[in-house]
Write a protein that binds this ligand. Structure first.
Ligand code: GDP
Ligand code: MG
Length: 198
């Protein structure tokens, strides 16, 4: 990676329907921009189930991870996954959670964007905070604006409402950016602070 590329790492952000409906678009954009990260593409859309299905990874590993996290949570709080969900198979549970996620992301409009900057992928994940709002640090978007937890969400057979999506790694970022945006919709420009901040 040359010096220019390092400053232009790209990541994909979606403000989820709960974030949009709660009027948090401005707050989220503010936090990304104030860190010195640059928004280079932005649009509101009402996604279809097929689009969200293609947005999230479909590989066995991702689905297994989703299932494992959910199952671990059931154990932690002493709930019986088999009784509540009809199965304790990690893969089946992963598929179930992924289905809830598709319903959630199509329940209203989302704001999609591409963010660029130094370590943009990790930096945005830091600003966003961890998946479970009830465990997310104060000062993060999820920690400051949401309270949901897997125990409540799973019992109601819905996705955890955590306001925002951000690519988890380079592979996800590449896939999501090219999936949601055509090259002409991504803009290269210089922010005024660039010469001073980094
Ligand atoms: P993220 O990268 O932090 O968004 O987390 P993941 O990629 O692991 O999961 C995608 C989304 O699925 C999360 O943002 C949540 O909305 C939802 N989700 C993840 N784990 C669980 C879970 O255990 N239960 C429920 N109900 N939803 C979950
Ligand atoms: Mg993820």
């Amino acid at each position: 990676m040359n010096r220019k590329d390092l400053k232009q790492e790209k990541t994909c952000v979606l403000i989820k329907p709960d974030g949009v409906k709660r009027g948090l678009i401005g707050e989220i954009i503010k936090r990304i921009e104030q860190r010195g990260l640059k928004i280079i593409a932005l649009q509101m859309i009402w996604a279809t189930k097929d689009q969200i299905d293609r947005h999230y990874p479909k590989d066995k590993e991702y689905i297994r991870q989703l299932g494992e996290k959910t199952l671990a949570n059931y154990k932690k709080y002493g709930f019986d996954a088999k009784k509540e969900l009809g199965t304790d198979d990690v893969f089946e549970i992963g598929k179930m959670v992924r289905g809830w996620l598709i319903d959630y992301l199509t329940s209203g409009p989302v704001v999609k964007m591409v963010v660029s900057g130094i370590h943009a992928i990790g930096m945005v994940r830091k600003i966003v905070g961890q998946t479970m709002p009830s465990q997310a640090e104060m000062g993060t978007i999820r920690g400051d604006f949401s309270v949901d937890d897997a125990t409540a969400a799973n019992r109601e057979k819905r996705s955890i409402r955590n306001i925002i999506h951000a690519s988890g790694n380079e592979k996800e970022a590449e896939h999501e950016i090219s999936f949601w945006f055509s090259p002409e919709e991504i803009h290269d420009y210089k922010r005024a602070e660039e010469d001073i901040m980094f």
